[in-house]
Design a binder for this molecule. Structure first.
Ligand SMILES: [Zn+2]
Length: 248
């Protein structure tokens, strides 16, 4: 796969030997690729990403993988808080309120190729292909509820929440109750924190709890729904089960 390397961003620093573990997907919320390049490469903006993918599927490499690009901001995943040091950032030329408000087939096909390539190169787990809204659910919505996660899970790039058997569901539920996680809310928070989400302040704060639930729903529940009402609790139990059993 070929990158366009004509444009470079000055907004980076050293990873200081941190291993690359995560890939974070964003959208630019700008009007087009030209605007995005100029924004991500302007020193005063103090933001950047390693890659930018245009609507027609061109991949721009703005910061070398070796370097720490500035895309995640204040964020959290599985006790890591310096997400920029351990991740690759990919921006998509998409704006929910612009003319570029579709995730084009060419864009998604280029994204898939790029993800597979980086997963192989850096041994990045399926579990670690994340939305900006996964690592910053209280501040960020990108890549948003219309992003086609299903295209990634059916290509085995991300975790696929297939059905789990009824008895498996019961086993995990019984385990929760045995360990005093005796309400659905407690179980939901516990499962989200095991998966990696920042749940540090949500026990006592309902507003943050609802924000996290909506970030999770936007990623995992939109494509689960086929005519019937699906509850976050059931999806999360399946997710946790898959999560615990998935190595790579
Ligand atoms: Zn973002």
């Amino acid at each position: 796969m070929k990158y366009i390397t004509k444009y470079k961003s000055p907004n980076y620093n050293s990873r200081k030997n941190s291993k690359i573990r995560l890939i974070i997907i964003h959208y630019t919320a700008l009007n087009n690729t030209e605007e995005a390049i100029s924004y991500l490469c302007k020193k005063e903006k103090k933001v950047s990403s390693h890659y930018l993918i245009s609507q027609d599927g061109k991949v721009y490499n703005l910061v070398d993988d070796k370097l720490r690009a500035w895309h995640a901001g204040e964020a959290f995943w599985q006790d890591f808080t310096d997400i920029n040091s351990i991740s690759i950032g990919i921006e998509l030329d998409y704006n929910p309120d612009g003319r570029n408000n579709k995730f084009s087939l060419k864009m998604i096909s280029a994204l898939k190729k790029l993800l597979v390539k980086k997963q192989k190169k850096y041994q990045i787990s399926k579990k670690n292909i994340l939305a900006h809204s996964d690592v910053a659910p209280y501040r960020k919505k990108d890549p948003g509820k219309n992003f086609p996660w299903k295209a990634l899970s059916s290509s085995k790039i991300t975790i696929n929440l297939n059905r789990i058997k009824k008895n498996e569901f019961k086993i995990i539920e019984a385990w929760f109750y045995k360990h005093n996680l005796n309400s659905k809310k407690k179980i939901i928070i516990f499962a989200l924190s095991l998966i990696g989400y920042d749940t540090r302040n949500i026990y006592s704060n309902n507003k943050l709890y609802n924000q996290l639930i909506s970030a999770y729903k936007n990623r995992y529940l939109t494509y689960e729904v086929n005519n019937k009402k699906i509850f976050i609790y059931n999806v999360l139990i399946k997710h946790l089960f898959k999560f615990l059993l998935t190595k790579n």
